[in-house]
Design a protein around this ligand. Structure first.
Ligand SMILES: Cc1ncc(COP(=O)(O)O)c(C=O)c1O
Length: 417
C-alpha cells in the first residue's frame, strides 16, 4: 500500500473510532430505556445543530418540542449568564425574584390565577392530579378518580404511566396506582360514561402529541369542559407539548373558547432549560402549606431562562409566526402527499405536525433524512413528527421539504410523474 493510501486508511480508522467512542460508551454505561439515533450532537445555533464529526443538521426535532427559540438563543444565554453569576439556587424556603417575575408573566398572559413551579412535565402533571385529589377531598365528597384518554401521554412516573392511556407503557409496571380511567379520545360520550361520584377531574391534551399528533374535533374540548362544569368536575389541560406558542397561540386552549381549571406546562417554557409549571384558577387553588413542594422547582436559574423565553415569545408575537410558518409547512407537506401515494395524511396545528404513511417506513425515512442533514422524529412506526424551533423560517422549511422529498423518493414508491 502506498503511503498516501496508508495515511488515508489510518485517518479513516481514527475517524471511525472517535465517531463511535461516545456511542460505544453510552451502550456500556446506561440503562437501556430507549434507542438513540446514531448521532452525537455537540453544538447548536438557532434551528441548526452539529455532531462530533462537524456534520451540520437542520433540526426539526427541537429537543422534543423544547427548544422553542432554537439552540442557544442569545436572550436565554444572556439571562442564564447573568443569573448564574447572581444566584443559582436558594430553595423555596425563601422568596426569589426570577420565579415571581416569571409567575407574573404566565398569570398575566393566561386565564389561570396561581402557579407552582417544578422540573418536568411529569412532575407538573403529578401536581395537577394531587391538586385535583385535594379538591376532590375538600369539595367533592372525597372524589379521587381522574379520567384520561387512550393514546395520551402524560409522563413516565408511576402515576403518570397510569394516566397515559397506552398499554405499551403500562404493561411492564402493572400494578399501577389506582384512580385513573382511560377512555377514547375525541369522544365526549366516553367521558360521560366513565364519570361517577368518584370522579374529580378529566385531563386532556388539546392535541395528543406523543400519541401521534391526534387533533380532536373542534367541539370536543368545549363539550368536555361543559360536562365538567355541569358535574362540578375539574377540567384539566396538559399543555406540556401544545403550550408556549407551539400550536399558533400562546396556549392551545385559546383556539377553542375554553378555560381550563388547571393547566400544566413544561417543554418549551424554558427553551431547553428544565422547568415545569402547574397553573390553577383561584377557586381550585386548595393546597395548604406543606401539602406539595419541590427542592429545585422554580429555582432562580431556570426561571430566569423561562422568563427570557416567554418574554421574547410574547414581545415578538412568535405564536402568530408559528401559525403562518406552520400553515406554509403543512401546505408544502400536502404537495408531497400529492406526489407520493403512500402518504396517507398530513395533520398538525402550528408547528406540531405529523406525516403518516400506509406502511412502516418512518425509521428508514428518519435515517435517510439524517444522512442528508435533517433531524426528524418518528412518532409511530408509520408516522414522522415535526416539532422544530418556533423561530424556524419558510426558507428552512423549504430546505427540510427538499431533503424529505428526496428521502421519500429513495425509501418509498413515487407516483408516476
Ligand atoms: C403532553 C405531555 N405531557 C407530559 C409529558 C411528560 O413530560 P416530561 O418528559 O418533561 O416529564 C410529555 C412529554 O412528552 C408530553 O408531551
Amino acid at each position: 500500500m502506498r503511503l498516501p493510501e496508508r495515511l488515508g486508511k489510518i485517518n479513516q480508522e481514527v475517524q471511525q473510532l472517535s465517531q463511535n467512542k461516545w456511542q460505544e460508551l453510552e451502550q456500556k454505561l446506561f440503562l437501556r430505556t430507549g434507542n438513540r439515533v446514531p448521532v452525537t450532537l455537540v453544538r447548536g445555533k438557532g434551528a441548526w445543530a452539529w455532531d462530533d464529526q462537524g456534520k451540520e443538521y437542520l433540526d426539526f426535532v427541537g429537543g422534543w418540542a423544547v427548544n422553542s427559540l432554537g439552540h442557544c438563543p442569545p436572550v436565554v444565554v444572556e439571562a442564564l449568564e447573568k443569573q448564574a453569576k447572581t444566584l443559582i439556587q436558594a430553595s423555596n424556603q425563601f422568596y426569589t425574584i426570577p420565579q415571581i417575575e416569571l409567575a407574573q408573566l404566565l398569570i398575566g398572559h393566561s386565564c389561570l390565577d396561581r402557579v407552582f413551579f417544578c422540573n418536568s412535565g411529569a412532575e407538573a402533571n403529578e401536581g395537577a392530579v394531587k391538586l385535583a385529589r385535594r379538591y376532590g377531598k375538600l369539595r367533592l365528597n372525597g372524589a379521587y378518580q381522574v379520567i384520561t384518554t387512550y393514546n395520551s401521554f402524560h409522563g413516565r412516573t408511576l402515576a403518570m404511566t397510569a394516566a397515559t392511556g397506552q398499554s405499551k407503557f403500562q404493561e411492564p409496571y402493572i400494578p399501577l396506582p389506582d384512580g385513573f380511567i382511560n377512555v377514547a379520545y375525541d369522544n365526549v360520550e366516553a367521558v360521560k360514561r366513565a364519570s361517577t361520584e368518584q370522579t374529580c377531574a378529566v385531563i386532556l391534551e388539546p392535541v395528543q402529541g406523543e400519541g401521534g399528533v391526534n387533533i380532536p374535533d373542534d367541539d370536543y374540548l368545549k363539550e368536555v369542559q361543559s360536562w365538567c362544569r355541569e358535574k362540578g368536575i375539574l377540567f384539566v389541560l396538559d399543555e406540556i407539548q401544545t403550550g408556549i406558542g407551539r400550536t399558533g397561540t400562546l396556549f392551545a386552549y385559546e383556539q377553542y373558547g375554553i378555560e381550563p381549571d388547571i393547566m400544566t406546562l413544561a417543554k418549551g417554557l424554558g427553551s431547553g432549560v428544565p422547568i415545569g409549571a402547574l397553573l390553577a384558577k383561584e377557586n381550585v387553588s386548595v393546597f395548604s402549606p406543606g401539602e406539595h413542594g419541590s427542592t429545585f422547582g422554580g429555582n432562580p436559574l431556570v426561571c430566569a431562562a423561562a422568563h427570557a423565553t416567554l418574554k421574547y415569545i410574547i414581545d415578538n408575537e412568535i405564536p402568530a409566526k408559528v401559525k403562518r410558518v406552520g400553515n406554509y409547512f403543512i401546505a408544502r407537506l400536502e404537495s408531497l402527499k400529492k406526489h407520493f401515494d403512500f402518504i396517507t395524511e398530513v395533520r398538525g396545528r402550528g408547528l406540531l405536525i405529523a406525516l403518516e404513511f400506509d406502511r412502516e417506513i418512518a425509521e428508514n425515512l428518519l435515517l435517510a433524512c439524517l444522512d442528508s442533514g435533517l433531524l426528524v422524529n418518528k412518532v409511530k412506526p408509520n408516522a414522522l413528527r415535526f416539532i422544530p424551533p418556533l423561530i424556524i423560517t419558510e426558507k428552512e422549511v423549504d430546505k427540510a421539504i427538499a431533503i424529505l422529498g428526496d428521502a421519500l423518493e429513495e425509501i418509498g414508491n413515487p407516483k408516476s410523474q
